[in-house]
Design a protein around this ligand. Structure first.
Ligand code: PMP
Ligand code: GLN
Length: 379
């Protein structure tokens, strides 16, 4: 068969999770918590399934959930989103990313992505017949090199994809990044896809620099988030997209045929928890910051060098002092011989740099992190 996605194989997350199973390794590879979210959320899901919330939801998402999203967005970022015309509930952030690109990017156009970047971006761009233009982040700080982004813009550039807090690097935007983004896109037809799935996991007392804080940026952006990260339920696959009405009209044209709507009882349960426990996401930075600090401390006696983590739930680890292997071989070896599964950073690049980095997920219980760190300190 003539493949449309010749570069795509099985995702690195599936590959490494299978290796973890095969070698009984502790899985710090694929990013998901190994603990449960709020009991009230799971109780609410069961209740709604038992009380008739089992048929199609509205195409745009149930109004109660969109209202809660709007309230939160205004409270945190000062952006008023209209629930009828600007907020759409989706089946995970992944669906929203595909829908935003399919709805607005034409064949032959270019989309700038910042490497390393999440693995679903490029296939979504390829399927639209467009071309991903890869601009590397600063290899030391993993900050955006805005001069390089600017230099990559051509008359064909239709979209720029950004991600803060960043998967896999854990870097976060500053207010200056928003300034640069605004300056670069001003007076252009470039749309922004801002992947903010880790919006509630920003450390060290810093605010999340959502593009929604700047009306000028919000006016050209699809802002995409995911409840999976915030409520420790990655398997529910519920997310949302906030975009100005004109962009949301186009977005919904795709969403209504891609999935039409999203798992109804989960939408009710998420609306319940947002209403009854608005503190949950405010407590999340501290919750994950403790895990970050604990994990880094546990690894202090290892031979890994640990770059800073400003947000999200991934710790990069430099293994140059341990091995000369490339990162994929090192991860295979680590799962087999070291008993810990990780993700090789090269999986997130078009042209991987020479650095020797792996990604470890610290969205894990204390016991898991402790056991994994003991193994990592031995190698
Ligand atoms: N973007 C990033 C940066 C992610 O890390 C993830 C999840 N790993 C997604 C998008 C997809 O989120 P969802 O599971 O809600 O589709
Ligand atoms: N987003 C998760 C990660 O970065 C993986 C999700 C998936 O398996 N596709 O690890």
């Amino acid at each position: 068969i003539e493949t449309k996605l010749p570069k795509v194989g099985t995702t690195i997350f599936t590959v490494m999770s299978q290796l973890a199973l095969q070698h009984k390794a502790i899985n710090l590879g694929q990013g998901f918590p190994d603990f449960e979210g709020p009991q009230a959320l799971r109780d609410a899901l069961t209740e709604h399934m038992n009380s008739g919330k089992n048929q199609y939801a509205m195409m745009t998402g149930i109004p109660r959930l969109r209202e809660q999203i709007a309230l939160k967005t205004e409270k945190l970022y000062g952006h008023k989103a209209n629930i009828d015309t600007e907020i759409t509930v989706t089946s995970g952030a992944t669906e929203a990313i595909f829908a935003a690109i399919a709805a607005t990017v034409r064949a032959g156009e270019e989309v700038i992505v910042l490497d390393p970047c999440y693995d679903c971006y490029e296939p979504a761009i390829d399927l639209a017949g467009a071309r991903a233009v890869h601009v590397p982040l600063d290899p030391q700080t993993f900050a955006v090199d805005w001069d390089r982004v600017k230099a990559a813009i051509t008359p064909k550039t239709r979209m720029l994809m950004v991600n803060s807090p960043h998967n896999p690097c854990g870097s976060v935007f500053s207010a200056a990044d928003l300034d640069a983004l605004a300056e670069i896109t001003r007076n252009t037809r470039i749309l922004i896809l801002s992947d903010e799935v880790y919006e509630h996991i920003v450390f060290d007392g810093l605010p999340h620099q959502s593009v929604l804080r700047r009306p000028e940026l919000a006016a050209r952006s699809f802002v995409i988030s995911s409840f999976g990260k915030t409520y420790h339920c990655t398997g529910w696959k519920v997310g949302y997209c906030i975009a100005p009405a004109a962009l949301s009209v186009e977005f919904r044209k795709v969403h209504q045929y891609l999935t039409f709507c999203t798992f109804t009882p989960a939408q009710w349960a998420l609306a319940d928890i947002m209403e009854s426990d608005p503190q949950h996401y405010l407590d999340l930075p501290k919750f994950y910051e403790d895990r970050r600090d604990n994990f880094r401390q546990l690894l202090a006696g290892s031979r890994f060098v640990l770059p800073k983590v400003g947000g999200a739930y991934f710790q990069l680890a430099d293994y140059s002092a341990i091995s000369d292997m490339d990162d994929l071989n090192f991860c295979e070896w680590l799962a087999r011989e070291g008993g810990v599964a990780a993700i090789p950073l090269s999986a997130f690049y078009e042209t991987p740099p020479a650095s020797k980095l792996i990604r470890l997920c610290f969205a894990k219980s204390d016991a898991t992190l402790q056991a994994a760190a003991e193994r990592l300190c031995k190698i």
